[in-house]
Design a protein around this ligand. Sequence first.
Ligand code: FA5
Length: 345
Amino acid sequence: MENMEKEAYAEIESAANLEELENARVKYVGRKSELALELRALKDLPLEKRKAVAPKLQNLRRSIESLLELKKTELSKTKTSGQIDLTRPGIKHRFGHLHPLTIMERKVIDIFSSMNFSVINGPEIETEHYNFDALNIPANHPAREMWDTFWLKPASGNEKHKEKTLLRTHTSPMQVRYMETHTPPFQIIVPGRVFRYEATDASHETNFHQVEGLMVGKDISLANFKYVIEQFLKKMFGPETEFRFRPSYFPFTEPSLEVDIRLVGGREKENDTFRAIAESRKSEWLEVMGAGMVNQKVFEAAHYNPGEWQGFAFGVGLERLAMLKYKIPDIRLFYSDDLRFINQF
Ligand code: FA5
């Protein structure tokens, strides 16, 4: 046993890795080791002899085991600090990606840029003048009710003289802002965030995005509008897309119209998502934009000579376009923070 003890200590000490250490453990304290056999044979010894031998054997086993433990800790440390374990799985890198509304905005910009429209930005905090009055929507005009507004508190100090401000309810205020500093002919689009104080449902949000369009020249007509919008919708949704122009009313256009895209009953577009949208809206069509020929009153607000210019304007809902493009049944998903939704894009 003494020989065995020395041999075991030497072998444990010289173990170069965990595998060699495990071999030493099996050899010296494993179930079939010499020591284990001796311990098992104790019961056959006469009592006196057993009393003399048993504690020695048990001590021997304990000290070999604690030496194994020490060596194991030592070898594990060198393993993590000194060696690279090529078999360990790597760390997966996650790449970010664009939000579906950003993708959609870029597609809209691409299409209109290809038709020579410039891209302009405007402020999200607007004055009452640009959001309403300059667009022929004076205070108390019933049309103000078309846009439920988030009004902002006036900055403290000069409440009396300061003009009322609000979160813009549409991108149309950029029409007059842009015309005040530019002379036609021009064609622009204005993508941006807009806000409305209204109840949400599957196709309405309080915070959404529009892309305003404005084309002004000497003889721009409704025919130009129809051509540009047809090109836009076909490039965006494919040549089979069915859409319609429907008469409507906006104080800042005359005549006014709205553009709807067909969800069900048509050829290409029909699918379960669209049927669900159509059912929740109780209509085969989804409205995507308001538009019309710029009202002369708006040109007047921009200080253009009366009657000198003609143009068309439109405001398209970006979320509505993305819902159609990606077959999204509910507008609220865009802002839901749900990674299962976001990661699909
Ligand atoms: C307007 O906002 C007008 N400024 C559009 C316009 C511009 C008309 C230029 C004439 C000339 P309307 O409120 O209908 O119109 O909104 C335009 C589009 O924004 C709608 O067709 C729809 O696609 C989208 N939209 C309107 N309200 C919401 C809402 N709550 N949630 C999501 N999208 C909306």
